[in-house]
Design a protein around this ligand. Structure first.
Ligand code: GUN
Length: 298
């Protein structure tokens, strides 16, 4: 049972170790990295994520600030706030937690963040660098998935990888990371999505399936090839008869597929913690780049 599980925790520990060494180097040179997270409104899941990001900074010794703004804030006020942070040389990373309230144009907000401080890798300039194979910053969740695959020595080179979902946060950047010309990528990638005819036929061919659709228990054992590796990015709240009134479920029906797969990430405790670990790494990358410092570890 145990060896089938691709747990995130040991992988985050390895990443945090690397981040800590790079951070010590920056501090020695007088740079104190700082991340600012902006949360607009009161979405309960976003509140949890934002709190975790602040805590991770605190634990590592990265300065952090969390700006909580009312849901009714105007788009212009938010853009002005971002501009102030863009111009603050003591702040190196800016993350605006998504989703935003409907009256705020997400694209405008993403464009407003300085590409140098864009620790999410959402700005079109950073997306373009990733697509062209010269990334400045790596998108957090996809980069965390690559770290999991590397840590557990799961080869992607030449393998058939099917990415389920085409979001800008996970699906699309995941495809681009897996296409990079390097040993920890070099995959043959297929993307399937809500308009794909017969999703199952594609997934059944996959050596590795990366599920990022946001629908609980969507993928069943009939969809998978025996012995495939499953990376489940879904964190869905489903009703449960417990104190909280909900529990977390992945996009893959864990119980159903467990016998069929060779390895699988649990939900929670798989991909989830990786996103924050990679965010910490990006904050350090951003602080180093803004101070023209080369980091000892990459
Ligand atoms: N909402 C869900 N995931 C993310 C993320 O990785 N970054 C931001 N900014 N918002 C999110």
């Amino acid at each position: 049972m145990e060896e089938k599980l691709l747990k995130g925790k040991p992988v985050t520990e390895a990443v945090y170790e690397r981040v800590a060494q790079n951070l010590a180097h920056l501090k020695k040179l007088g740079v104190q990295p700082k991340l600012t997270v902006i949360l607009v409104g009161e979405d309960p899941a976003s509140q949890v994520y934002v709190r975790r990001k602040g805590k991770a900074c605190e634990k590592l010794g990265i300065l952090s600030d969390t700006i909580i703004l009312p849901a009714a804030i105007s788009e212009q006020e938010l853009l002005d706030k971002i501009e102030l942070l863009n111009n603050d040389p003591l702040n190196h990373g800016i993350l605006v937690q998504l989703p935003l309230p409907k009256h705020i144009d997400e694209d405008k907000v993403i464009l407003a963040v300085s590409p140098q401080k864009d620790v999410d890798c959402f700005h079109p300039q950073n997306v373009g660098l990733l697509v062209s194979g010269k990334p400045y910053m790596l998108p957090c969740t996809p980069a965390g998935i690559v770290e999991i695959l590397k840590f557990y020595q799961i080869e992607t080179q030449g393998k058939d990888v099917v990415v389920v979902g085409r979001s800008n946060i996970v699906g699309k950047p995941m495809v681009n990371l897996l296409l990079q010309k390097r040993k920890s990528a070099n995959a043959t990638v297929t993307v399937v999505h809500s308009r794909t005819q017969d999703i199952s036929t594609h997934i059944q061919r996959a050596d590795i399936v990366i599920a990022a659709i946001g629908q609980p228990n969507f993928i069943k054992k009939e969809d998978l090839k025996k012995g495939s590796v499953v990376i489940d990015v879904g964190i869905n709240r489903v009703d449960a008869d417990n104190e909280k009134g909900y529990k977390l479920a992945g996009d893959v029906d864990f119980e159903d597929v467990f016998e069929t797969v060779s390895r699988i990430t649990p939900v929670p405790g798989g991909v989830g913690p990786m996103t924050i670990a990679m965010l910490m790494q990006n904050t350090i990358t951003a602080a180093a780049a803004q101070n023209k410092i080369k980091l000892p570890l990459d």
